[in-house]
Design a protein around this ligand. Structure first.
Ligand code: HEM
Length: 382
């Protein structure tokens, strides 16, 4: 995600600055242009795509993903001193909360795949966050908001080897992503991280008009992280073999009631709202799956929404967040040291599309860098 610029002239401030604040990866086919030699410690770029689900390759995407990882690594090392490194995107957490992911007792066969075993309950951790790369940004500023779910005790071989028993679902409170072209994304990262004032002015050109509009619209003000709706933005496989399909995810509060935005919000009022809600009561959210209903709904174009009118969402699980005290130094530290990635997944939930393919190597790199800088062990939560 992005987050850019601080020193732009006023007349451009209203169009470009907000983006700066925000933006801060059967019959799979092996494709040699995807693979890239990797050192033993380097995460391998996805070695195959699924043409039957309409995945296709962008020229040099594996190389570009490494270049983006390099730019982000450099940025983290420059921005943070040893022991204080945070995520490059979504560094400000509102809290990590314990939850239960209760799969519905009855599900149609096409949805009862992977972790969606009817009647099964998984313990989970959920990290709520702001999207801005600025961890010190006040919550009242319009921003993208993140919800990262980590299911625990999930049996079965995973797509990555670093966490054996987890399944992650990562979402933001907007249905589409602002970029789907690796070259554009690379140009954007170079502009954002450049010290040159003129490079920063080029950010809207890197994003294009559609990307710029999405990046502006996905910044919203919310009153409580438990009361906004989240989307995966990008697609995932559901199921294996000839029955596999492309789906997107979403999560929303069980109740439509929303608190008003406070008139005099404190700097971290979203953490306070989360704390107050869970001090009094538990919370309930629905987890939804949107199966693709037509091949015209692209798995590579994450900038175009799969309209709900044409492809409805179906509830597959209820997320119960019990009454709890989550805001303790130990739990906050634990939260910061978690690593979420779309690739912490069963093969039944394989991430699809170029944005997800690139995220495989980028998230691994940035997680390794921040853990190394903080002398923190990368480990799966028990
Ligand atoms: C190529 C595109 C993308 C890039 C380069 C990117 C980059 C990043 C990075 C570097 C992190 C921090 C990882 C870590 O240190 O552990 C991150 C976290 C995150 N990203 Fe992305 N991202 C991309 C696309 C997306 C998309 C499409 C979504 C939509 C759901 C998303 C949602 C999130 C969220 C919610 C987090 C915070 C996860 C947590 O709580 O740990 N990102 N992203």
């Amino acid at each position: 995600m992005l987050n850019f610029m601080r020193s732009i002239p006023l007349n451009l401030l209203f169009t470009v600055a907000p983006l700066a604040i925000l933006i801060s990866a059967c019959t799979a086919v092996d494709n040699p242009s995807l693979t890239k030699p990797s050192s033993p410690n380097k995460m391998a770029y996805p070695s195959s795509i699924d043409p039957d689900l309409n995945e296709h390759i962008y020229p040099n995407e594996a190389v570009i993903a490494e270049e983006i990882s390099d730019v982000i690594e450099k940025s983290i090392r420059k921005q943070y001193s040893v022991g204080t490194a945070l995520r490059d995107a979504h560094p400000k957490a509102h809290g990590c909360v314990r939850a239960e992911f209760q799969v519905k007792k009855t599900l149609s066969k096409n949805l009862a795949q992977g972790v969606f075993i009817p009647g099964k309950t998984y313990p989970a951790w959920i990290r709520f966050s702001n999207g801005s790369r600025d961890a010190t940004q006040a919550d009242i500023k319009a921003d993208a908001r993140g919800m990262a779910i980590k299911l625990l005790n999930v049996p079965g071989k995973k797509l990555l080897e670093d966490e054996d028993f987890t399944q992650d679902f990562i979402m933001i409170n907007y249905p589409v992503f602002f970029a789907n072209d690796p070259n554009r994304y690379m140009a954007l990262m170079q502009d954002i991280n450049s010290d040159s004032f003129f490079k920063k002015l080029q950010i809207p050109f890197a994003l294009g008009s559609k990307g710029t509009l999405i990046a502006l619209n996905l910044r919203t003000k919310i009153s409580n992280p438990l009361q906004t709706r989240y989307w995966s933005m990008v697609p995932y496989q559901l199921g294996l073999g000839s029955n596999r399909q492309a789906v997107k995810y979403s999560a929303r509060a069980c109740s439509p009631i929303k608190d008003p935005i406070p008139k005099h919000p404190s700097h971290d009022f979203l953490r306070e709202a989360l704390r107050n809600s869970l001090q009094k009561d538990g919370a309930c959210m629905e987890f939804l799956v949107q199966p693709r209903t037509s091949n015209t709904m692209s798995v590579e174009d994450s900038m175009t929404e799969w309209k709900e009118t044409q492809a409805p969402f179906y509830q597959v699980a209820t997320i119960r967040i019990p009454k709890q005290v989550f805001d303790t130094p130990d739990q906050n530290k634990f939260c910061e040291n978690l690593s979420f990635t779309p690739w912490h997944a069963l093969p039944e939930h394989k991430p699809l599309g170029v944005v997800n393919r690139m995220r495989k190597v980028i998230y691994d790199r940035t997680s390794r860098v921040r853990h190394e800088m903080n002398s923190a062990k990368r480990q799966a939560p028990q």
